[in-house]
Design a protein around this ligand. Structure first.
Ligand SMILES: O=C(O)C1=C[C@@H](OP(=O)(O)O)[C@@H](O)[C@H](O)C1
Ligand SMILES: C=C(OP(=O)(O)O)C(=O)O
Length: 423
């Protein structure tokens, strides 16, 4: 349990760790590349360690050298692994590595936590089936554990549903250069969470692989390509920045998150536009983005491209005049927790009226009161509701250690908001 201190927030500068999504992708591209890659500012967290360890089990040599990870690319020649590969509750690891396993050798068994065993992958398995990869849900319920027989993929056309997760598409895209004949992928539903596809394409491009695309519906990756070795520095994580911008929004302070830029492919950097629409002042500076809070007014917003920030926005909405409408995020029920249910339950405990719609939430702002916040083992619930505790006495976060999934140092940085002025 972590009791949040209701304290005045100092105007300050904050640094957040490297992007989780970029770290997963860059580890994979480097592991499949044709040489040695030095990766800077990789996120060190439970989830990114799981991707790293999985790649090591697949025969990739990865070393730490000072502040870099040195990845010895395999040229796409992965080794078999007889042991189950544990991926915790990291959806990104599970989905992205499913495609990677298909281009390896032997049979891989990808397993995870109980919650992972409820997170859907059926549409990805169906996509793999179309190109001849025997990949099955061991419990035959469209969820992990997954058994993937490598070495059978044939290039060709894949019709892929991405209405639940964009990670299915990222998975096939990342593996496609190593599939003879390449892949033509046609997205027949969705995709949700589009910016994550742009991040995948960005990494493929940075590592020398060409992808032709028609918007978000058709993608063509020629086979016989290989990621090229190179050095890469991961940019700071925009999702993690959101908690500090939200802290500014609800307290009225100015919080600048260093190293963030509006040009980033991370869709979550656009959260500042939502805060701006709610009445915050946003300064896009050369070395970071600063948000200053003020009187907040409700917004009606499509969060389909920023699903991970719905808990953050919901907490801000609780302190905002009027009804905030959050649309197009039905896929949130498939995350670390059912985030629509979790956010609604915990805000209700704080005395806030929340209506769960078919695809989102409607939150009537007011004067939240303290409560013990259940986090459902979901890092984003813990980090979002901590922000509420800055302005509401008596907010206690249960199982606060769950932040380790993506941001082990979160509490230290968060406490810097009211201690030093700089963290
Ligand atoms: O590809 C990625 O790195 C991610 C994609 C998103 O998932 P969905 O595409 O399943 O919404 C996002 O929620 C997740 O945190 C990271
Ligand atoms: C949904 C998330 O991650 P993943 O899908 O990788 O578990 C997240 O970090 O909010």
């Amino acid at each position: 349990m972590k009791e949040i201190q209701q304290q005045p927030v100092q105007s300050c500068e904050v640094s957040v760790p490297g992007s989780k999504s970029y770290t997963h992708r860059v580890l994979i591209a480097a592991a499949l590349s044709d040489g040695v890659c030095r990766l800077g500012n990789c996120l060190e967290s439970e989830d990114t360690h799981l991707t790293r360890e999985a790649l090591v089990k697949m025969g990739v040599r990865i070393e730490k050298a000072e502040d870099r990870l040195v990845v010895h690319g395999t040229g796409g020649r992965l080794l078999p692994c007889g042991d189950p590969i544990f991926l915790g509750n990291s959806g990104t690891s599970m989905r992205l590595l499913t495609g990677v396993a298909a281009i390896g050798q032997g049979t891989y068994l990808l397993i995870g936590t109980d919650r992972m065993a409820q997170r859907p992958v059926a549409d990805l398995l169906e996509g793999l089936d179309q190109i001849g990869v025997p990949a099955r849900s061991v419990n035959n319920n469209g969820c992990p554990p997954l058994e993937i027989v490598a070495g059978k993929a044939q290039g060709g056309h894949v019709r892929l549903r991405c209405g639940i997760s964009s990670q299915y598409l990222s998975s096939l895209l990342l593996a496609a250069p190593y599939i003879d004949g390449g892949l033509n992928i046609e997205v027949t539903e969705g995709p949700v969470s589009k910016p994550y596809i742009d991040m995948t394409l960005d990494i493929m491009d940075r590592f020398g692989v060409t992808v032709e695309r028609d918007g978000y519906t058709r993608f063509r990756v020629a086979g016989g390509q290989c990621y090229r070795k190179g050095d890469y520095a991961v940019e700071p994580d925009a999702s993690q920045a959101s908690y500090f911008w939200a802290a500014a929004a609800v307290t009225g302070a100015t919080v600048k998150v260093m190293g963030m830029t509006p040009e980033s492919r991370q869709g979550d950097v656009r959260f500042v536009e939502v805060l701006e629409a709610m009445g915050c002042k946003v300064n896009r500076e050369i070395d970071g983005i600063a948000v200053t809070g003020g009187p907040l007014s409700a917004v009606d917003v499509d969060m389909g491209d920023m699903p991970d920030l719905v808990p953050t926005l919901s907490v801000v909405a609780a302190f905002t005049q009027g009804i905030t409408v959050i649309r197009n995020v039905a896929h949130l029920k498939e995350k670390e927790s059912d985030r629509l249910a979790a956010v609604a339950a915990e805000l209700s405990k704080m005395g806030i009226t929340v209506v769960r719609t078919d695809t989102g939430l409607e939150i009537t702002g007011g004067r939240p009161h303290g409560a013990v916040i259940e986090t459902y083992n979901d890092h984003r619930m813990a980090m979002s509701f901590a922000v509420a505790g800055l302005v509401t006495p008596g907010v206690t976060i249960a199982n606060e250690g769950c932040v380790a999934k993506s941001f082990p140092g979160f509490w230290q940085v968060f406490e810097g908001l009211y201690s030093s002025g700089i963290s």
